[in-house]
Ligand binder design. Structure first.
Ligand code: HEM
Length: 396
């Protein structure tokens, strides 16, 4: 199973997925001690059915720390009903598609500021200079973090995102310290917004009410940490994977340039073709039969969305990158009650970002043909750096 961690697999996991789908779509990987599910229909079942596959999970934080005392969870994503339903109802009141749509002009301004910094140079590391900072700045603005605190916020975000591995069991003292510093900071912001609400997400979370119930301070802190984990690296990789897929498929890039109205459908195809999150974890709630196998109660189960999205039983020409694909029921944002709450934001950021890249960086090409370094781990899928050249232009 070391194959799952090899750079070749991380760069291109799809041939191995195809073998698993063909031979053992539901499989116990003994060295890792996890059950794995690779085909579309079964992956959907695992994501959907909390009575068989629970999301409840408590990462192991050091004893006595605040994270440990609060249960350590990243809020919604590690909960089952009824708690999940209550919390999701409340946060959804603040995190509405309308609130997200209102951000479009700010996202465009941040996008152009980032491109201004490179447009005259003719070179960009698309990840470092663009697709990494963009979502962090957007979330900071949504939460109402003052711009002078942005660097600090970015540092916490990096540490919290790195500690997302705790969702599979472990965390370290560096990330715990970052969590605690960030929580102390957010507590101050929460107190300020209680006194004087503003037009930001924290004020909206404080105001959210359902049947006389409000979010507690702990709920809000966990939700803020979840936004960083769930929303930053994923969006970075969506934008990076989009540019890479277009450069690797010049016919599709030409088509998109000729028909810019295909951009939303191109983004859906990137989500399917190179899913930024390849897999999600669940725990078998009891002995569960699936795909002819019995998964014992308490086992960790990995549902591979990245593989499901290439299942030839569901998608015609599944390994072809086709920005005008007609039927594309991908599950890159999950399926069922945990369906990504940030999907409208991720789609909006990707659309604004790609439109600006295509318009402002002419003759975009790889700066070299060196093999690309995959992003960390097998859950996220992308590259850690993407050096590109383009014809320099004057700032807008
Ligand atoms: C949940 C993917 C961007 C916030 C999820 C899930 C997936 C996912 C697969 C379901 C997890 C499960 O079933 O256990 C993605 C991808 C993104 C993205 C591929 C970018 C391309 C974002 C953004 C935000 C966000 C930008 C917010 C700023 C959330 C939240 C949940 C979630 C809060 C938990 C929902 C729940 O458990 O009810 N995301 N996400 N995501 N995502 Fe995203």
């Amino acid at each position: 199973m070391n194959a799952l961690f090899s750079p070749d697999f991380l760069r291109n996991p799809y041939p191995l997925y195809a073998q698993f789908r063909q031979n053992q779509p539901v499989l116990f990987m003994e060295p890792l001690g996890i059950w794995t599910v690779f085909d579309y229909e079964h992956v959907k079942q695992v994501l959907f059915d909390h009575t068989r596959f629970s999301s409840e999970f408590r990462p192991k934080f050091e004893e006595g720390t605040e994270q440990e005392q609060r249960g350590g969870g990243f809020s919604l994503i590690t909960m089952d009903p009824p708690r999940h339903t209550q919390l999701r109802t409340l946060v959804s009141k603040a995190f509405t598609p309308k609130a997200v749509a209102a951000l479009e002009s700010r996202i465009a301004a941040i996008t152009h500021e980032l491109l201004d910094q490179v447009s005259e140079t003719g070179r960009i590391d698309l990840i470092r200079d663009f697709s990494y900072p963009l979502p962090v700045i957007v979330i900071a603005e949504m939460l109402g973090i003052p711009s002078e605190d942005r660097e600090q916020f970015k540092h916490w975000s990096d540490e919290v995102v790195a500690s997302a591995d705790s969702v599979v069991g472990a965390t370290n003292s560096e990330s715990q310290r970052a969590h605690e510093e960030m929580n102390a900071y957010f507590r101050k912001i929460i107190a300020l917004r209680r006194e004087e609400p503003r037009d930001d997400l924290i004020s909206a979370l404080l105001a959210a009410e359902e049947s006389n119930t409000h979010l507690s301070e702990g709920d809000i802190l966990s939700f803020c940490a979840l936004l960083l984990v769930a929303g930053n690296e994923t969006t970075t990789n969506l934008i990076g994977n989009a540019v890479l897929s277009l450069l690797e498929n010049p016919d599709q890039l030409a088509k998109l340039r000729a028909q810019p109205e295909l951009l939303p459908s191109a983004i859906e195809e990137v989500l399917r073709f190179k899913s930024p999150l390849q897999a999600m974890f669940r725990t078998a709630a009891r002995d569960v039969e699936i795909g002819g196998q019995v998964i014992p109660a308490g086992s960790r189960v990995v549902a591979w969305m990245g593989s499901a999205n290439r299942d030839a039983g569901k998608f015609a020409d599944a390994d072809k990158f086709d920005i005008a694909r007609e039927s594309n029921p991908h599950i890159a944002f999950g399926h069922g009650m945990h369906f990504c709450l940030g999907a409208p934001l991720a789609r909006l950021e990707a659309r604004v970002a790609l439109q600006a890249v295509l318009e402002r960086l002419p003759d975009l090409a790889r700066a070299d043909q060196d093999p690309l370094t995959p992003a960390r781990g097998f859950i996220v899928h992308g590259v850690s750096s993407l050096p590109l050249t383009f014809t320099p232009t004057n700032r807008l």
